[in-house]
Design a protein around this ligand. Sequence first.
Ligand SMILES: NC(=O)c1ccc[n+]([C@@H]2O[C@H](COP(=O)([O-])OP(=O)(O)OC[C@H]3O[C@@H](n4cnc5c(N)ncnc54)[C@H](O)[C@@H]3O)[C@@H](O)[C@H]2O)c1
Length: 255
Amino acid sequence: MKPQVTQSIYDFFSLENKVAIVTGAGNGIGKATAKMMADLGAIVVACDIETESLAETVADITAKGRTAMAMPCDITVPDQVQTVVERTESVFGTVHILVNNGATMGGGKPVDEVDEKEFDRLIDVNLKGVYHFTYAALPLMRKQQYGKIVSVSSVAAIAGDMTDIHYAAAKGGVIAMSKTLAKELALEKINVNVVAPGLINTRMLHEWEIEPALKRFHRIGEPEDVAAAICFLASDAAGYFSGQVLSPNGGEYML
Ligand SMILES: NC(=O)c1ccc[n+]([C@@H]2O[C@H](COP(=O)([O-])OP(=O)(O)OC[C@H]3O[C@@H](n4cnc5c(N)ncnc54)[C@H](O)[C@@H]3O)[C@@H](O)[C@H]2O)c1
């Protein structure tokens, strides 16, 4: 017979009745996170620029009898972000958890192909998108003196990559911004942390990176490997973590 999980341990990791906004929830890591958070009891507000995949995520969650709401949103547009937060407050009362996951790819570009327009595009989505959502959700977290912000960076920000300086720069900015926010908000009981995945089996994965990675570890990561780290950081079990970077990467990079 399986041992029973005691109530106090369950409460520690549970997200029961927490209101969580997850960006980029239509695919990959965001989708896995939205579904895992709902399984852990959270009320999920799922955001993405892709409305069809977003609807699928929400349908998966509600089919299990859990609560989720789809909010199509471009994270680069402050008015749209503000609308998501306002609608979340009016429907569910507040925001407890913000997962800044939505991002776009660099496209494997060497430096001479990253012109200013392309550089700005990645900064707009992958860094300023995190800023816009954090800025919009913070007043609610401050009012209730409780909040968990988890932003998704990348090992590219820590270990560098062979291409895509713009992607690495934006992801490095996510870590720097989160560490400063963590210090600024510590006394307000708002935890700010980062997950920096290695190679994860989503459409963002570059095929050419898989072989060398498999020589160093027995498998590529799955979206759920990252979702589990995000859910932990969003739970009260991680209440003493702030300004930290967790890197699910199979041991390929050690911080
Ligand atoms: N897959 C990997 O190997 C890997 C590794 C390190 C970090 N990451 C990071 O993990 C996160 C999730 O990536 P993924 O691999 O699941 O990729 P994905 O492409 O499957 O998911 C990203 C989601 O973000 C959404 N998105 C993109 N631009 C948006 C915008 N302007 N507004 C709203 N939503 C937008 C997309 O529509 C998509 O649903 C990203 O932050 C990514 O940089 C991924």
